[in-house]
Design a protein around this ligand. Sequence first.
Ligand code: PLP
Length: 397
Amino acid sequence: MRNIYFDHAATTPVHPRVLEKMLPYFSEHFGNPNSPHAFGRRAACAVDEARDAVAACIGAKPSEIYFTSGGTEADNWALRGAAHALADRGRHLIVSAVEHPAVLSVAAELEREGFEVTRAPVDAYGAVDLAALQRAIRPDTVFIGVMAANNEVGTLQPVKEVAALAAARGIAFFTDAVQAAGAMKLDVKELGADMLSLSGHKFYGPKGVGVLYVRSGFRLARLVAGGHQERGMRGGTTNVPGVVGLAEALRLAQETLEENAAHAAALRDRFVSRVRREIPFVEYNGHPERRLPGNANFSFRYIGGESLLFNLDLAGIAASGGSACSSGSPEPSHVLLAMGVPEGLARSSIRFSFGRGNTAEEVDCAVDRLKEIVVRLRALSPLFPKDLKNEVFPQEA
Ligand code: PLP
């Protein structure tokens, strides 16, 4: 049985061209970019090139790009760094209720430090409610954080509109673009972001490396103290192969953006239409159109998400229950709950995310296996009403 990987929102395989670019920096050009000798200069040159390439991809200046250990650090830094730098102006922060835990957990920590945080509500599709967001703004609001695209349900956020609201009041605006990168064009000027985060492993780059874009002139407190790396703003020896790989992956992702998005969307649409047509009692979560091309999120009524995931895995299909970082946790998804999905349904949700290497045959094979599993689990489920017909619909010709 061939394994099928439908979990590209959790992570992606490194693109062969990315790996090729990275390899010399593990061995041949291993120098520390801060060393003043030839070995160091060779590495420093690679880091400079990577910084230039990332900046060019998102419409920024190289001096506005900071390399981090991943999306989580970039998110932590944006929120904590801005809150601390701007605390003399105000201590009220707004983040959307559907942000990644890398943002929400820092928001909770900041509350414990005496900051006030409003979690802006979202509509039934997971898009932030602009009117509610506007009402939440206070004279002491200094920061608004709204992600570009949600990692669980794929819903795209009205980032430009939020940025305009923030700019009109002189409030810092941060967008977590970790899931959006590689799926949509990202231009920091067009988006109107003061800060934006990226993570290499979500767009066929390496794990453990990310980016925080910080608009020049924007005041941000340091998160990681140490040496003078990253212009004194982030201590720690730079992950040279990592940043080289991230830059190449982002460049490739931009170059092939349209074809990759079209490929993922075609597979996603095939999967979604077959599931909706052939499996009864399913809910499609997230916005029907304004969503990431490779994302499908379903609730399968009367089945626990954990057991469905486990059985999918036994059948060779890799999917995810909500956020990758909280998978294995029995808590229902905070994203689905914020969208008003009842707790029972939120607990039966699964995310399928499609990518470059997937094929239509894989989609068809996965739907066939999924149908069998759903019938089997519902037959065993005490939640499934006896008077309902436990069967799947045949595929229409
Ligand atoms: N933000 C979002 C929206 C994510 O989906 C993720 C990872 O799933 C992160 C941040 C964290 O990124 P990393 O895995 O690089 O720490």
